[in-house]
Ligand binder design. Structure first.
Ligand SMILES: Nc1ncnc2c1ncn2[C@@H]1O[C@H](COP(=O)(O)OP(=O)(O)OP(=O)(O)O)[C@@H](O)[C@H]1O
Ligand code: SF4
Ligand SMILES: [Mg+2]
Length: 366
């Protein structure tokens, strides 16, 4: 990994208009991503995590301009992505690829693997002629752990894990530098998930790829990420090195997400933090700290003042930013929960409760 930023995202904003009324005017906006800033160094894996609807995919799509961002700046290898013409953007897409959760939906069911891979190369003018492209398609099959004799098969003739490998081969066909993996392993069985994650890690070492990994499960990204970004309702609430996020989480939301990861040994005691209520609407997000409606530590200040995302961590200094007015005071015990903690926390010390809890998704106890 180098210190050079491959991708820089500054103050990214994505507001989707909501049309209504007789004239179909814009009556409001879904504030899906609001003022998001981060960068990714060459060779790094950065993961974006958070509950459903927090703006993870929108961030990935805005970087690639699959949806035009409302505001902000995206710089890739020093180039201002948002000012590129359509033609320049098409060329740039060969360097920035995306892999989706459901490869079946993103693969053309009427095209064989060979046709799919060759088409991707043709669009980006990769390979001198048909023969060279076929040869490269065979090599790509081998790279992702598929066999040459499967090259004339259609997507429905493969398993979910194999289809995801085809999706990876298609992304690799155009020699990308950055791959955005949007829930790329979420739909797969745990053992297949591990195989695909291993493949992605191997490719990173061999080809020097950089990943933006989008997932709702912190447990999945732990072993592959250099850094983790935690999003809540369109904003980054915490961002830091993986070790720092796992060993020294600062934001109450991150702590709740971490407490929901099932522990391998059911006899181990684990304190699970249950968040009250649902995620508020991104059409009218709460003022101040967007998390205040669910945060056990919220005060009046949290309802009006937006906390800045800044380094507060004294243990892993400079490698960890958090957006919470009371991060350090919560850590030191100076700032206590404002609701009865027993309403929102529970010590899970028996296997039955632990198993039940792992099935829930950070839901309300009430
Ligand atoms: N094209 C669109 N038009 C209007 N609203 C949209 C559009 N795309 C996404 N949204 C809204 O923006 C918000 C963020 O969506 P996004 O898909 O980025 O969430 P996510 O974090 O990827 O969630 P998930 O984990 O469920 O994939 C959601 O409220 C979603 O409904
Ligand atoms: S700023 Fe307030 S509401 Fe937001 S996370 Fe910190 S304590 Fe909770
Ligand atoms: Mg998504």
């Amino acid at each position: 990994m180098t210190e050079k930023a491959l991708l820089e995202v500054e103050n990214l904003q994505q507001y989707f208009p909501i049309k209504g009324g007789f004239l179909g005017r814009t009556v409001n906006h879904v504030k899906a991503v609001d003022d998001v800033t981060f960068n990714i160094r060459e060779g790094e894996t950065v993961s974006v995590v958070g509950e459903s609807g927090c703006g993870k995919s929108t961030t990935g799509r805005a970087i690639l301009r699959l949806d035009e961002p409302t505001n902000g700046k995206v710089t890739f290898r020093g180039q201002d992505v948002l000012s590129l013409s359509k033609n320049e953007m098409r060329k740039m897409r060969s360097e920035m690829q995306i892999i989706f959760q459901d490869p079946y939906a993103s693969l053309n069911p009427r095209k064989t693997v060979k046709q799919t891979l060759i088409e991707a190369m043709e669009i980006q003018k990769i390979g001198k002629n048909g023969k060279e492209r076929v040869q490269r398609a065979i090599e790509l099959m081998e790279t992702v752990g598929l066999q040459e004799h499967q090259i004339n098969r259609f997507p429905h003739e493969f398993s979910g894990g194999q289809r995801q490998r085809i999706g990876i081969a298609r992304a690799l066909a155009v020699n990308p530098k950055l791959i955005i993996c949007d829930e790329a392993v979420s739909a797969l069985d745990v053992s297949i998930q591990a195989q695909v994650l291993n493949l992605l890690q191997r490719l990173q070492k061999e080809i020097g790829l950089t990943y933006l990994f989008i997932a709702h499960d912190l447990g999945v990204v732990r072993h592959i990420s250099d850094r983790i970004i935690v999003m809540y309702l369109g904003k980054i609430v915490e961002m830091g090195d993986t070790k720092s996020i796992f060993e020294n989480p600062q934001h109450p939301y991150t702590k709740a997400l971490l407490s929901a990861i099932p522990v391998p040994d059911p006899k181990m005691k684990k304190e699970r933090i249950f968040l009250r209520g649902d995620v508020p609407s991104p059409i009218d997000p709460p003022a101040g700290c967007r998390f205040h409606t669910r945060c056990p530590f919220a005060t009046e200040k949290c309802q009006t003042e937006t906390p800045a995302l800044e380094a507060k961590d004294t243990v892993f200094e400079g490698k960890h930013d958090v957006a919470c007015h009371y991060a350090l005071d919560i850590q030191s015990g100076k700032h206590e929960a404002t609701h009865e903690m027993k309403d929102v926390r529970k010590v899970l010390d028996d296997a039955g409760e632990e198993a039940a809890a792992s099935k829930e998704d950070f839901q309300s106890t009430k």
